[in-house]
Write a protein that binds this ligand. Structure first.
Ligand code: NDP
Length: 310
């Protein structure tokens, strides 16, 4: 059984920033990076809003650089998945299948994944017109027509954001009433660029080489009627799923499964366990905000270690 001073679970911007800070503080963190390291940025194309890269940077390249930076200061990596944890007794423990890794302190930075519809065609055109992040990819749809799937606040917010670039934004919602707040609904109805396709679901994403997405095939759930909506992009806004299942029962999660932290801090309800990035943030979900909380978690973990030693 290996014992570590600090285990960081996750290798997106939050986990790797925590690893950079912790390794520079000589904590020699062990990063459990998963089998597909790098987090959500690995499936994006160009990142244009991460400070310090005026010409943009490809998502995988940005993550590679963060990893190298952590590696340079002595972080260690294991390409394995945390399958469970034990936080109710000491020492804290993370399980990698049958293997138990114990630790004095743990930073959870396991992220979240955008929900997709699950259509094979959606998978095929992902990154080439299909996106789950308007903030990341909206810019590429200047003067183009796009669709946004979903009826909640995220869909409303993404649709309104996309009107800055796109010539037309069609919200596709499976019911005849939005879940989004009244305020957002009003903003949508006042925007001449926004249309809503009610009672509709996407049953296929259409595309062609080399252009990418050319439209979506919609089905009216009430009449069964099908029709094609021509568009260059489809944005999914049907919710996110935090990757916290492995910690269920071991620390407090909110109703949506996000890890609860104290306001202005990355401290969880369990002493010595900190949470950073999208696994504890359902609102901002940006690489730079995830990196910011990763930094906070490393500093708080270091202070915690010092307090238990002294
Ligand atoms: P929500 O769960 O609120 O909404 C998800 C939407 O997607 C719903 O309209 C739902 O339809 C639809 N949906 C879910 N699954 C499918 C599917 N398989 N096919 C088609 N449609 C589907 O998620 P959000 O991400 O919008 O919001 C999450 C939380 O964050 C909410 O509490 C929200 O208020 C908050 N938020 C607040 C913001 C703000 O205040 N500025 C901005 C963004 C989010 P249906 O309605 O039929 O269930």
């Amino acid at each position: 059984m290996a014992h570590e001073q600090l285990v960081i679970v996750g290798s997106g911007p939050a986990g790797l920033t925590a690893a950079i800070y912790a390794s520079r503080a000589m904590l020699k963190p062990l990063v459990i990076e998963g089998t597909q390291p790098g987090g959500q940025l690995m499936i994006t194309t160009e990142v244009e809003n991460y400070p310090g890269f005026p010409d943009g940077i490809m998502g995988p390249e940005l993550m590679n650089r963060m990893r190298q930076q952590a590696d340079r200061f002595g972080a260690r990596f294991r390409m394995e998945v945390a399958t469970g944890c034990r936080f109710q007794t000491r020492p804290l423990a993370i399980y990698l299948g049958d293997e138990e890794v114990t630790a004095d302190t743990v930073i959870l930075a396991t992220g979240a994944t955008a929900r997709y519809l699950g259509l094979p065609s959606e998978e095929r055109w992902r990154g080439r017109g299909v996106s789950a992040c308007a903030t990341c990819d909206g810019f590429f749809f200047r003067d183009k027509e796009v669709a946004v799937v979903g009826g909640g606040d995220t869909a409303a917010e993404e649709a309104l954001f996309l009107t800055r670039f796109a010539s037309k934004v069609t919200i596709i919602h499976r019911r005849n009433e939005l879940r989004a707040s009244k305020f957002m609904q009003e903003r949508l109805s006042n925007d001449p660029k926004v249309e809503i396709s009610w009672d509709s679901v996407v049953i296929d994403v259409l595309g062609e080489e080399p252009r990418g997405v050319t439209g979506v095939l919609l089905k009216n759930v009430k009449t069964g009627e099908e029709n094609v909506l021509a568009c260059d992009g489809m944005f999914l806004a049907i919710g996110h799923q935090p990757s916290t299942l492995f910690a269920k029962g071991e620390l407090e999660l909110n109703d949506a499964g996000y890890i609860k932290v104290f306001p202005g801090s990355t401290r969880t309800g369990v002493e010595g366990v900190f949470a950073a990035g999208d696994c504890q943030d359902s609102i901002f979900r940006q690489a730079v905000s995830a990196a910011g909380t990763g930094c906070m978690a490393a500093i708080e973990a270091e202070r915690y270690l010092q307090s238990v030693k002294s």
